[in-house]
Design a protein around this ligand. Sequence first.
Ligand code: NAG
Ligand code: NAG
Ligand code: NAG
Length: 473
Amino acid sequence: MSFSFSRWQPALLFDTLAMLLVHLLFAGTALAQLQGRVGPTTSTAAKRAVKVCSVLDHGATASQSSDIGPALVAAFSACKSGGIIYVPPGEYGMSTWVSLSGGSGWALQLDGIIYRTGTAGGNMIYIEKAKDVEIFSSTSQGAIQGNGFEYHKDGKNGCRILRLAHVDSFSIHDIAIVDSPLFHLFMDTVTNGEVYNLIIRGGNKGGLDGIDVSGANMWLHDIEVSNRDECVTIKNPSQYMLIENIYCNWSGGCAMGSLGGTDIDIHNIHFDKVYSANCNQMFMIKSNGGAGTVHDCSFTSFLGRHNAYTLDIDANWSQLKKQSGDGVLFRDLNFTGWHGSCSDGNRRAPINVMCPDAKPCYNIHLSDFAVWTEAGSREVYKCSNAYGEGGCLKGGGSGGASLAAYAVTTVTVASAPSGWNAPTMAADLTTLGLSSSIPIPAVPTSFFPGATPYSKLAGGAAASSAAAKDSGK
Ligand SMILES: *[C@@H]1O[C@H](CO)[C@@H](O)[C@H](O)[C@H]1NC(C)=O
Ligand SMILES: *[C@@H]1O[C@H](CO)[C@@H](O)[C@H](O)[C@H]1NC(C)=O
Ligand SMILES: *[C@@H]1O[C@H](CO)[C@@H](O)[C@H](O)[C@H]1NC(C)=O
């Protein structure tokens, strides 16, 4: 591969304009939850101008029976101080896992498809202690196929696909992550990152998380997840994250938790425009004992269809072993603009706010909340130890000092709340595989009814100019 520098001049100019736009956006409300810029600090074009390290020049062959692992490591070593590690279009097998540690100013351009063939545990691709990093496909057709069904059909699990730890100023975009033997994308202790135009499709059972993230100043947007567990889930500790235009197309749903331990510190997280169909929940916060605080978070414009749970704050979450501590305090949480329907709102309360006895939650605000039941003609809301406004929340208690615990109170809703009916996505998933191969889907161009993704697809028709291809945000 060779790219002449001059060819990318227009792209560099475009980058500058794109950066300017990003900075203007920060001044507005859209990114109010973030603390500063996100994404790599040098553009794709600038990295490409430094060096391109193709795996084909480092021992890879484009064949599903090959092992791309060693070539990926070699290409990474050659480009980790600046440049593009390039996986050209083609199909590659991967039988040995890679750990890409350190470096800065590099990108992993995955235009090919990597198929897991190895059987080790751990992570197929582990990226750590790096900064100014971009992981993307310039054609939007790059993918990692985990072939998890080979484990799941026998009731087993295997490796995770992609894990990032201690990575700063990065982006992941325009790739498909499919059928992981275990978690799909796991990011811990990451900062100033942007994840977008991503599709994750996993098997139909628990434990195959879509995206789990902990860290600070992260913008995750325009993402679709299908699986049976976490869609986009916040882990401890996390702060200043904006998560928007999320399509949980048959999933567990979005969540915070599970919140184990006594050092819970999650705040200033904003979920906006989350569409959930056929999920376990529209949003869940799950803890059981423990200590610490979740505060100043908002959850706006949630649309749902045929989900088991809707808004579920569960401080007695039975799937987490009881932790030491009086319970995690939840305060200053806003839920606004929730519409749609749930499977059976009489059996599973669409508003279910169960806070710890010793740490009643407060300043929980529910407004414009209209989710109706698909079964029967009534639904209930349930609250315990929960103070705030709306639903079944008990008024008062905004100071939080010595709030009294109270047993579960129930509010029965006997007619459909006005405005509950919400638009659907064109093609909601009706089945999800587990024991047979899951095809690699295309990265979608819509993730929430009526919302336009923030960035065009890198490989989309409208993005076919070199400039758009290399916006390098
Ligand atoms: C929640 O809503 C209230 C009232 O509109 C507002 O004062 C507060 O800042 C909001 N909090 C968050 C975390 O969005
Ligand atoms: C949660 O469990 C505790 C005991 O561990 C119990 O006292 C409390 O009532 C339970 N809360 C709810 C809402 O079930
Ligand atoms: C949701 O999943 C189904 C089944 O795989 C698929 O046909 C549909 O296109 C998906 N929806 C979108 C918008 O990608």
